[in-house]
Design a protein around this ligand. Sequence first.
Ligand code: NAP
Length: 262
Amino acid sequence: MAPPQDSAAAVPARLRVDLSGQVALVTGASQGIGRAIAETLAANGATVALVARNAERLAGVAEAIRSAGGKAGTFPCDVSKSDSVSAVVEAVVAALGRIDILVNNAGVTRDTLLPRMSDEEWDEVLSTNLRGPFLFMRAASRPMMQQRYGRIVNVASVSGLIGNPGQANYSASKAGLVGLTRTVAKELAGRKVTVNAVAPGFIASDMTAALGPMLLDEVKKRVPAKRLGEAWEIADAVLFLVAPSSGYLTAQVVTVDGGLIG
Ligand code: NAP
């Protein structure tokens, strides 16, 4: 038998988990890693509530999920707006009956060196990447605590663990997200709600495409695996963390980076 392939071109047999009957809310689901997470959870039986600002792109993802036999609804929202987040969580519970899984994946970068970083660049990144997960966890943890079951995964970054020049705002937001994850995990563990983070390294997406081909070639040389990760590789790590059998796994940060920060 041929060994499993580990390359971008050949996707090996994917992880399978039975999520039927469960409702998952995924932020930043309109593209990239969030879309891969939403499609993966749907392919494993969850009904997925798709959140991002662009309603049209969300509708395209929902259509793709339905065409593949899955179940999805769209809930356009800016994750940094408190009222919108509360309204979305209420709407998801009203429309789909419950929330079992929350994946805080929406994120932005506004990279520049510290002396040039504007107040706006700092605030936008912190409010999307850190305030957003806080708002969604605060709202979604209520139904999860009531039903005595929940799985929360926050998408952090290796930049939040080791720092990265030009990303003071982004690294601070992701480091804050790790602290938020570990604290909320300890608060909710007694109610059978787990909270973990996934910290991706360099993953092929629009966010990394913005770095340009020359910088990406340098990145690939630095990564021990000698390639970028694929969005589905983050999605499978998330799937493992949200599995019903992962109930004793909480307050952890799972790094998926091809060995970069080892
Ligand atoms: P991406 O392709 O730029 O997608 C970002 C997603 O977030 C989009 O769906 C976007 O949709 C949504 N979003 C942004 N701001 C939002 C807001 N205020 N409210 C609601 N949704 C918002 O990014 P990606 O590469 O897939 O990254 C996804 C996550 O992984 C991010 O948290 C990122 O920090 C993290 N990450 C990525 C990498 C990587 O190498 N790609 C590495 C480490 C960590 P709308 O614009 O329609 O709102």
